[in-house]
Ligand binder design. Structure first.
Ligand code: CA
Length: 248
């Protein structure tokens, strides 16, 4: 299995080389939920971004409130992880402006465990919060829950026909038998499943599953869909010509 990575350390040249030499091997591309992380503490920003990428998320970053607001308004992120204390525009200000136009799920990072702050955050339109210093596994669990809720799924199990997706464990069964997916195939499947009965355009897939430094290889999206059909059934994902993909 050859994996074409899309993180910041992977230069387009290297990706192209991997692609060219791939032959008949399975090529996987980065296909993930896309998160915006707004945090001005450089160490925390980089360590959190790394942790989120290791979990399979595409991660864009911003180091102040103005840059964060610009990015949050420019893209349809699956979620924003937003620090409260930020230069230029603080987290509350960013959230207030964002909520004038977008419902993007927002997880606040608050340094103070004051009830006043939590009430303020939830009133202002935050979807959830964690208190610094936070436990990474708790932040990841809350983020997963936030994305599921935003997509209208309050349970971590999604059942579509004989296919069952466990978004907490990131595992998939078909007819009770476990199905082995690459991390990228899983992310693509989960995104389509969270939008069941809706047509997901290729543009949406790229916006949600690739981060700002990824190169795009449109042909590889078809490879992933093809692999998922082999594993989950030819009819599982429908192609809507000229529109995109759909799971009914
Ligand atoms: Ca801060």
């Amino acid at each position: 299995m050859l994996e074409v990575c899309g993180n910041r350390s992977c230069k387009p040249d290297a990706v192209f080389k991997l692609q060219k030499n791939a032959g008949d091997e399975t090529i996987t591309i980065v296909a993930r939920m896309r998160i915006l992380l707004v945090e001005d503490e450089a160490d925390l920003l980089s360590s959190l971004a790394r942790a989120l990428r290791e979990e399979g998320y595409a991660v864009d970053t911003a180091a102040d409130g103005i840059e964060g607001l610009y990015k949050a308004e420019s893209w349809d992120y699956d979620a924003v992880v937003l620090d409260v204390m930020l230069p230029k525009l603080d987290g509350w200000g960013l959230l207030e402006k964002l909520r004038q136009g977008k419902k993007t799920p927002v997880l606040m990072l608050t340094a103070r465990d004051a009830a006043r702050d939590r009430v303020h955050g939830l009133d202002a339109g935050a979807d959830d919060y964690v208190v610094k210093p936070f436990d990474l596994s708790e932040l990841l669990a809350r983020l997963r829950a936030l994305i599921r809720r935003a997509a209208g799924h309050t349970q971590h199990l999604i059942e579509i026909g004989e296919v069952r997706i466990d978004t907490a464990g990131r595992t998939v069964c078909r007819g009770g038998e476990p199905v082995t997916l690459t991390a990228r195939e899983y992310s693509l499947l989960e995104f389509l499943a969270l939008h069941q009965h809706k047509v997901v355009t290729r543009t949406m897939l790229y916006e949600h599953l690739f981060d700002e430094d990824d190169s795009t290889f449109s042909n590889l999206l078809d490879v992933h869909v093809s692999n998922l059909r082999k594993k989950l059934g030819a009819e599982f994902i429908t192609t809507r010509r000229g529109h995109g993909y759909c799971i009914d």
